[in-house]
Design a protein around this ligand. Structure first.
Ligand code: 5AD
Ligand code: SF4
Length: 495
């Protein structure tokens, strides 16, 4: 591969798939590795779908892959470290197998494309979040010209490029699917890189989403997770555009309506979503959750901090009191609601007092579990400029430990409270550690392990909870209530 790095500008190409110039040996094998959030994992499924549509097959590991795609995320710092570490490893693999092709995609790739190209000249293609739809085309282009190809501009995009959900997909799980309802974010949280890399909020049309869920249900999918950076404002941009075009439509977001419509699709038994912004969590969303049977009793409501002054510095748009009020309202409407959250420790300027407030709010919120992060500056964000107020790493680590202890107390209490109850579990398959034990998830998204003869994954079963730990429950199978309906893909061996 040459070292030059032409930047290819995207065209609104009508060409959707290209035939890769195969060398006639065997079917090429690909591997997609994801470093990041659910949105990224979803993009990875799309990339896999595109490569399969081009005739490739999944590889079992990097050693047996002809094409390796690293799909990155830049929300938290350790993603970069992992990426560069992996790229180092792949360099030695490529030294041994010069035909290996390496692609780096996702939002870190979008942000740091020059750095990646420079630090890792052995990478063949660098592409951004808006260019997932062109993954296979870009690979062909790089092969054709023997050069590294970089592409990260949004440019004028065809629909299927702007909304990766319209692309072919190879789902990792056949009974459960992610559906992107919105990309980008109109907020400006001081710590967050998302608005810079994903752009402003753009919602997918309501009817297209419902049609996609209907199609998934027809394939036997019974669980869907609606994804967006700020799901509660879903549809606001569509209404704005319709008004500009002269239509008389209400400007209100349509997320509650979407929950109801998706929940009403025949065959869909579970609807989940992530993430709502606490400032935009509207009463009608809670009502829709309460009234739509398929919507699971689980709310992921990112707190970020319990200190009002830190929340203000983060531009979160709510106070701790307001957050707790919204949570109480949700709990009062939805019986048996599990609540999870994201919390950042060590935001610039966070004092001991601010942190104590976070501990108090976390205790009051009584979470089922929490993702806790040590603040890491993302270049280009507002908070990254506050270097003189950065919190010492050791202080942040010590705070994190204390926060974890608070969350663990409530996690354990919530889990133990389920002992003796009968839970509906969506079976995910044999446990990683012990093939005689099956795992599944309850509607509250709790992991349950139970001993049983194999049950096809995607089936629903009733399980009596017999024991509870910090991160999972144990149980005994009562009965299978609904066998899986999806078709299982049979791998086709090629000569
Ligand atoms: N540092 C630490 N955590 C962050 N998050 C987002 N940006 C940062 C950052 N710069 C966390 C937030 C968000 C979750 C997805 O990642 O808690 O909700
Ligand atoms: Fe980032 Fe805030 Fe938007 Fe979430 S709401 S994606 S944290 S800017």
């Amino acid at each position: 591969m040459g070292r030059s790095t032409p930047t290819t500008s995207p065209s609104a190409s009508t060409e959707r798939f290209v035939t890769l110039p195969y060398d006639g040996r065997v079917t090429k094998r690909y591997l997609v590795r994801t470093f990041g959030c659910q949105m990224n994992e979803h993009d990875s499924e799309r990339i896999a779908g595109l490569l399969e549509a081009d005739g490739m097959e999944p590889a079992t590991d990097a050693e047996h892959a002809d094409v390796i795609v690293l799909n990155t995320c830049c929300i938290r710092e350790n993603a970069d470290n992992k990426l560069y570490g992996t790229l180092g490893h792949l360099k030695s693999l490529k030294d041994r197998n010069p035909d290996l092709e390496i692609m780096v995609g996702g939002c870190l790739a979008q942000k740091d494309r020059e750095l990646i190209a420079e630090r890792a000249p052995h990478v063949d293609v660098v592409f951004g979040t808006h260019n997932v739809g062109r993954a296979a085309t870009l690979l062909a282009e790089s092969r054709l010209h023997g050069q590294q190809v970089e592409i990260v501009e949004a440019g004028e995009l065809a629909d299927y490029e702007a909304f990766p959900s319209a692309l072919p997909i190879r789902r990792e799980v056949d009974h459960s699917a992610w559906v992107v309802i919105q990309i980008g974010c109109d907020n400006s949280c001081a710590f967050c890189i998302v608005p810079a890399v994903r752009g402003p909020e753009v919602s997918r049309p309501f009817e297209a989403l419902v049609a996609e869920v209907e199609q998934l249900a027809a394939q036997g999918v019974t669980e869907v997770t609606l994804l967006g950076q700020n799901v509660n404002s879903y549809g606001r941009d569509l209404a704005r555009d319709a008004r500009r075009a002269g239509e008389q439509v209400a400007l209100a977001p349509r997320f509650a309506e979407l929950l109801r419509a998706v929940g009403a699709v025949e065959g869909i038994r579970r609807v989940r979503y992530t993430s709502p912004h606490p400032k935009d969590l509207r009463p009608e969303t809670i009502t829709a959750m309460a009234e739509t049977e398929a919507v699971c009793e689980h709310l992921h409501l990112p707190l970020q901090s319990g200190s009002d002054s830190i929340l203000a510095a983060m531009h979160r748009g709510y106070t701790a009191e307001r957050y707790l009020e919204r949570l109480a309202a949700a709990r009062s409407r939805i019986a048996d609601l599990a609540v999870t959250t994201d919390i950042i420790v060590g935001f610039p300027g966070e004092t001991d007092e601010d942190f104590e407030a976070t501990l108090e709010v976390a205790a009051a919120a009584d979470y089922d579990s929490a993702y806790t992060f040590i603040y890491s500056p993302r270049p280009g964000t507002e908070a990254a400029e506050l270097a003189d107020r950065f919190v010492d790493h050791e202080v942040a680590v010590a705070r994190m430990e204390r926060l974890r202890a608070v969350v663990e107390r409530s996690s354990l209490r919530h889990n133990q409270a389920r002992i003796g109850r009968v839970e509906e579990v969506l079976v995910e398959g044999p446990s990683k550690k012990n093939p005689d034990v099956l795992t599944g998830r309850t509607r509250q998204n709790k992991l349950v392990h139970f001993a049983a003869a194999p049950i096809r994954r995607g089936s629903y079963a009733l399980v009596t909870v017999t024991d509870a730990g910090l991160s999972s429950l144990r149980g005994e199978l009562l009965e299978v209530t609904a066998p899986a309906r999806h078709r299982t893909r049979i791998p086709v061996a090629t000569a």
